[in-house]
Design a binder for this molecule. Structure first.
Ligand SMILES: O=c1[nH]c(=O)c2[nH]c(=O)[nH]c2[nH]1
Length: 293
């Protein structure tokens, strides 16, 4: 009989919006929560007994009930509360992974006094992944869709040239990317105080942006390393960071047919294909744990 390998189950992408009404001033949290549980699940796969199964419908309901009962402070705190509940609440469940995406809303400031209108903040999404096995915690926070661009201080030359190479060397190019970053906290033991998740997010985001802006880049790879290294050097709570950076190519348009020069002024922004530059940056002596895919 073939062997059952790794398995997990749960409700994916439960969308929960929690409104807190502080008089006329309202606050909003908008999350997508994906739960994956694993444990003693041989029987459900092999014999069809559901006796050990906490249903995915229940995991969805728990997300909504916890939003009401405990509120949503940070994505990380909410994920930790859920993971703890599933692992400690059911004997058959040994491990929980909770992934959270948070969509940021900003208040629309108006002349009047209304405090209940919001606008989505760009494409940026905050992410958190919580792992818990009943003993150790693993918190990987991050962001996607943070789009950045430098109009100078970027070169790319001196690369391998084979018979298929046509790329022209660039001594002053646009460098643009959509930052996808995941960073892993050293915190894993809940007898120790938890990091301040919101503060950590602000620190990591700020260091990523300042390193992107301040690096004179000879390749996106070099910029990536500088961004990751800056987070590791400046934020001691983070042990590992993985960055995935698409190279959003900006090609100079040939204006010669129109009798015009193009002195690094007019570009064609290509959306695909794109170079994809990915790497992990680690604190010295730390083992990598963030998945590479
Ligand atoms: O920063 C870059 N790194 C590359 O590896 C690469 N390859 C390429 O075609 N353009 C670029 N730019």
């Amino acid at each position: 009989m073939p062997t059952l390998g790794q398995n997990q189950y749960g409700k994916a992408e439960t969308r929960v919006v929690r409104v807190v009404r502080d008089g006329a001033v309202h606050h909003i949290k908008d999350l997508s929560v994906s739960v994956a549980l694993s444990g003693e699940m041989d029987a459900v796969h092999l014999s069809g007994s559901n006796a050990n199964v906490l249903t995915t419908d229940t995991t969805k309901n728990t997300v909504y009930a916890f939003a009401k009962e405990h509120g949503i402070d940070t994505a990380e705190e909410f994920g930790i509360r859920l993971a703890r509940h599933f692992v400690t609440g059911q004997e058959s469940i040994h491990r929980a992974r909770v992934r959270v995406e948070e969509y940021a809303w900003e208040r629309i400031e108006t002349a009047g006094s209304a405090q209940h209108s919001f606008v989505r903040r760009g494409q940026e999404v905050r992410t958190a992944q919580i792992g818990y096995d009943g003993e150790c915690w693993e918190v990987i926070s991050g962001l996607t869709g943070l789009t950045v661009l430098n109009t100078t201080d970027s070169e790319f030359w001196g690369y391998v040239k084979d018979r298929y190479t046509t790329l022209q060397e660039a001594h002053d190019r646009i460098l643009a990317t959509d930052v996808h970053a995941r960073w892993r906290y050293g915190w894993s033991d809940d007898t120790r105080p938890m990091p301040d998740w919101d503060h950590g997010y602000g620190e990591a985001r700020g260091h990523l942006l300042s390193a992107f802006a301040e690096t004179y880049s000879l390749s996106l790879q070099q910029t990536l390393y500088q961004m990751g290294a800056r987070v590791i050097e400046r934020w001691p709570e983070i042990d590992e960071i993985r960055l995935s950076l698409p190279n959003n190519h900006h090609f100079l348009v040939d204006l010669e047919p129109f009798g015009l020069t193009n002195d690094n002024e007019v570009y064609f922004a290509a959306d695909r294909p794109y170079g994809l530059i990915e790497a992990t940056v680690l604190r010295d002596g730390v083992e990598p744990r963030i998945p590479t895919d």
